[in-house]
Design a protein around this ligand. Structure first.
Ligand SMILES: C[S@@+](CC[C@H](N)C(=O)[O-])C[C@H]1O[C@@H](n2cnc3c(N)ncnc32)[C@H](O)[C@@H]1O
Length: 228
């Protein structure tokens, strides 16, 4: 479960091996490089997203073989860089809502994932504060519609940017995929975890399919997948 990438060369090798995204998407990103923040596609970002998709795939195959989620929600989804590589690995995921408090990020996420927005909202961005959502019975407005939904899977790779209010509103039958990290060097990191023990005590799960850390030259990222 644990991965140690001691140098940036090792991080690059990991990304080359595990990060899968169509060339057309890279072409779109390069053509729109003034729109998307470059650090959304840094080596560390790509490695952490590749790790999430890889581990979720194992859990899906080995522990949850019959389950394709109807609805997935991504909290603190930023510009939606997880969406395309996630859909590459999980083409049968149903509707996916990306939730972010920042309207500009959500607009960028819809541009980046335009073909999925146009595909009957397979991806749809939502401007909302996750602390105002009740995740076992979400209500939010997007695209002029009021949506009420209980998402089957909840991804949060932005735990370090928010307190734990969101976690308290998750039900026992919603699959959680959570990442945090120990880096206090970035703006907005208000809730980092010093180590895996702290990560575990902040986000306790009763059924844990995976839990581990990815060590990089700059910081350590923590991840767990399971049910409360
Ligand atoms: C820098 S980004 C993503 C970093 C994360 N480590 C990752 O790799 O996905 C963090 C995002 O969380 C969003 N965010 C922070 N607090 C939030 C909240 N209360 N509700 C929704 N989004 C929030 C920010 O607007 C930002 O887009």
């Amino acid at each position: 479960m644990n991965i140690e990438l001691k140098t940036w060369e090792e991080v690059s090798e990991y990304v080359d091996k595990h990060y899968k995204m169509p060339v057309s998407q890279w072409e779109h990103i390069v053509q729109n490089r003034n729109t998307y923040p470059a650090h959304a596609f840094s080596k560390g970002q790509l490695a952490s997203k590749a790790w999430l998709i890889q581990q979720l795939f194992y859990v899906r195959i080995e522990k949850l073989p019959a389950v394709n989620p109807d609805t997935l929600i991504v909290l603190g989804s930023w510009i939606g860089s997880l969406i395309e590589p996630l859909f590459q690995r999980f083409p049968h995921i149903g509707r996916t809502y990306g939730i972010d408090i920042d309207a500009e990020s959500i607009a960028k996420s819809e541009k980046l994932n335009q073909k999925h927005v146009q595909n009957d909202w397979k991806y749809k961005g939502v401007v909302a504060d996750v602390n105002n959502l009740t995740l076992n019975n979400c209500e939010f407005e997007t695209g002029g519609e009021l949506i009420t939904v209980k998402p089957d899977w909840i991804i949060n790779t932005s735990c370090e940017h928010m307190d734990n209010t969101w976690f308290n509103t998750v039900d026992y039958d919603q699959l959680l995929i959570i990442q945090s990290n120990n880096s206090e060097d970035f703006e907005g990191h208000i809730n980092t975890c010093a180590n895996l023990d702290e990560f575990n005590s902040k986000y306790p799960l009763s059924t844990e399919y995976m839990c581990g850390e990815m060590i990089t030259p700059a910081y350590t990222r923590y991840m767990k997948i399971g049910f409360k």
